[in-house]
Ligand binder design. Structure first.
Ligand code: ZN
Length: 171
């Protein structure tokens, strides 16, 4: 795998290593940086036998299906992040008590050549009211898809694909 950092950000040396893009080490000055996984949330909105998918309008995976959600901010808990992201993306007010924990699943998120690794936390939430896109820069459109008709090849992120396959399609 190509290294994403060529120089040490502390001393400028090129005597650096970054095996598996986990722990960056400068052999010249001893600088160490851990490229730790980031935490993210995804919300599975359910309306009877249908799940709400968002068509991504930005890379990575522009044009592919995704779930509402995003990265957890510093000092924010996962439920608050899920409510905030849903409000930002869909203009929908939900509360932590409506979220039912489903599972966690690792994901890869390549953004501007930096391969972030995340742990995605999945919640399910019932939804009866009509919903529309607020963050049109991020989401092109919304689709309610009946669970048996979910096409895994149209889902962008491996975490979402895995959760759909393990917890919904194989029930
Ligand atoms: Zn250094």
């Amino acid at each position: 795998m190509e290294s994403i950092f060529t120089y040490c950000p502390h001393c400028g040396s090129k005597e650096v290593e970054f095996p598996r893009l986990v722990r960056f080490l400068c052999h010249h000055c001893g600088f160490v940086y851990y490229h730790n996984i980031a935490a993210a949330v995804a919300v599975i909105f359910r309306r009877e036998n249908e799940i709400l998918f968002a068509v991504r309008n930005i890379d990575p995976d522009k044009g592919k299906l995704d779930l509402p959600g995003g990265f957890i901010d510093p000092d924010e808990n996962a439920e608050a992040a899920a409510c905030r992201e849903v409000n930002e993306e869909l203009g929908l007010q939900i509360t932590p008590s409506q979220l039912k924990y489903v599972t966690t699943q690792p994901n890869n998120y390549l953004y501007k050549k930096v391969p972030y690794r995340t742990m995605d936390i999945f919640y399910e939430c019932p939804l009866e009211v009509p919903v529309s896109v607020r963050a049109e820069d991020e989401i092109k459109s919304l689709q309610w898809i009946p669970i048996p008709e979910i096409d895994l090849s149209k889902i962008g992120f491996v975490s979402v694909r895995t959760v759909m396959e393990k917890y919904y399609l194989n029930l």
